[in-house]
Design a protein. Sequence first.
Length: 114
Amino acid sequence: MFFLRGVLVQAGHSARALSVPLRYASYSIDSALLIAALLLLTMLPAAAYANGWLLAKLLLLPIYVALGWMALHKAQVPRTRFCFFAGAVLTYVFMLSIARAHHPLGLLRWWIGN
């Protein structure tokens, strides 16, 4: 949902991207994902995330939210808005790779050799 809203803002359709239904749908999805992460943190045995992958994801979440907020609401200059949007998307992709790899470095662990 964030990606769709970000593309709309980048294309100059800010009013559509910031409409109430899209905003609330986006908030709902993000809230559900955060609740799921916190439930995982409480339900899984500590050994399942002992290497810090879930903590890394949770620490990246506020960065993703801040970059997304800047991209959709605060940045006035199109180039700056795009940089914040790209940063938010890259942060999201990195969080996804951490979740898939169950490693704090995500897919970067193969390049670093850990």
